[in-house]
Design a protein around this ligand. Structure first.
Ligand code: NAD
Length: 263
C-alpha cells in the first residue's frame, strides 16, 4: 500500500537504535526525507550509513541530548535548514531510570521529566508553527504500555508518560483544524537494548538470570513472544501516513495483547 508520504520531511528523535531507528527506516522505505538524532556521534554515523545503503537516501543527523533545550533548538535549526520544513515529527526518547518510589531521587524525577515529557513539548513548540502554516502535519509520540497498565518498578515511566498522553490529547484538539494529527504509540516488550537493561534489572531483584526474565516476559504476552522494533515502527509509520488523516488524539497499543484491560 502506498502510504502517500513520499518526499515528506520526517524528524525522529532518539533514533540511533531500537524503535526510533526502526521508525526512521520505515519512513525511509516510504521515500521520505529522514532526520535522526541522539547523543552519540559514532552511533549516528553508523545508523545513517546503514540507512543510506539500504534505502538510497542520506539521512540528516544531529547530536542531541533530549535533556538539553539548546541541543533541541540546534537540531530543529539544522533539520529545517536542510529540509525547509518538518512534516512529520516522531517524539521518541530514552527509557527513564527504573526504580520504585523509595529508590528514586528528586534528580531522577527531574531528569526523567525533561527526557520523557519536556523534550516532546519542546520539539512540538518548535515544529508545530511550521505545520500550522503548511496546514498539514503528523506528530507521533512513542510511549509505553505503562500508560495503560503500570509496570512494576517503573515509577518514572508510569508517572511521566501519562503526562505526555494528556499533553498530546490536548494538543490534538488545538491543532486538528490545521490537518495536524497527534497520536501516541504504546509499545509492549520489544527486543531492543532497553528491554535487555530492564531484564538485567529485574534479574537482580529475583533469583533468575536475565535470559529467564525475558522468557517470563514472553509468557505474559498472548502472542507468546516479544516484539521486533519494526513491528512497532509499522504502526508509527501508518500514523504518519495520509491514510491516517482521521485518527487523532489516540494512543495505540502495539503489545501482542499484553495489556489485559479492554480500553
Ligand atoms: P533503545 O535503548 O534501544 O534506544 C533508545 C534510543 O534513545 C537510542 O538511540 C539512544 O541513543 C537514545 N537516547 C537515550 N537517551 C537519550 C538522550 N538523553 N538524548 C537523546 N537520545 C537519547 O530503546 P527502545 O527500546 O528503542 O525504546 C524507545 C522508547 O520506547 C523508550 O522510551 C522506551 O522506554 C520505550 N519503550 C520500550 C519498550 C521495550 O520493550 N523496548 C517498551 C515500552 C516502551
Amino acid at each position: 500500500m502506498d502510504l502517500g508520504i513520499k518526499g515528506k520531511n520526517v524528524l525522529i528523535t532518539a533514533s540511533s537504535k531500537g524503535i526510533g531507528r526502526a521508525s526512521a527506516e520505515g519512513f525511509a522505505a516510504e521515500g521520505c526525507n529522514v532526520a535522526i538524532c541522539s547523543r552519540n556521534k559514532d552511533e549516528l554515523l553508523n545508523t545513517s550509513e546503514e540507512i543510506k545503503k539500504k534505502y538510497g537516501i542520506e539521512p540528516v543527523w544531529c547530536i542531541c541530548d533530549l535533556n538539553s533545550s539548546k541541543d533541541i533548538e540546534n537540531t530543529i535549526e539544522t533539520v529545517t535548514k536542510q529540509f525547509g520544513s518538518i512534516d512529520i515529527l516522531v517524539n521518541n526518547c530514552g527509557g527513564p531510570e527504573s526504580g520504585n518510589f523509595q529508590q528514586l531521587s528528586e534528580k531522577n524525577w527531574q531528569e526523567a521529566f525533561e527526557q520523557v515529557l519536556l523534550s516532546a513539548v519542546r520539539f512540538c513548540n518548535l515544529v508545530a508553527p511550521g505545520m500550522i502554516l503548511n496546514e498539514w502535519g503528523r506528530i507521533i509520540n512513542i510511549t509505553s504500555v505503562s500508560v495503560k497498565q503500570p509496570i512494576d518498578n517503573l515509577m518514572l515511566s508510569n508517572s511521566l508518560r501519562t503526562g505526555l498522553i494528556g499533553f498530546a490529547k490536548t494538543l490534538s484538539n488545538e491543532v486538528a483544524k490545521f490537518n495536524i494529527t497527534v497520536n501516541n504509540v504504546a509499545p509492549g516488550y520489544t527486543l531492543t537494548n532497553r528491554i535487555y537493561d530492564l531484564a538485567v534489572n529485574r534479574a537482580k531483584l529475583s533469583d533468575k538470570s536475565h535470559e529467564e526474565v525475558l522468557v517470563d516476559m514472553a509468557k505474559e504476552i498472548p502472542i507468546n513472544r516479544l516484539a521486533s522494533p519494526d513491528e512497532i515502527a509499522s504502526v508509527v509509520v501508518f500514523l504518519g501516513s495520509r491514510q491516517a488523516s482521521y485518527v487523532t488524539g489516540n494512543t495505540i497499543q502495539v503489545d501482542g495483547g499484553l495489556v489485559k484491560g479492554m480500553y
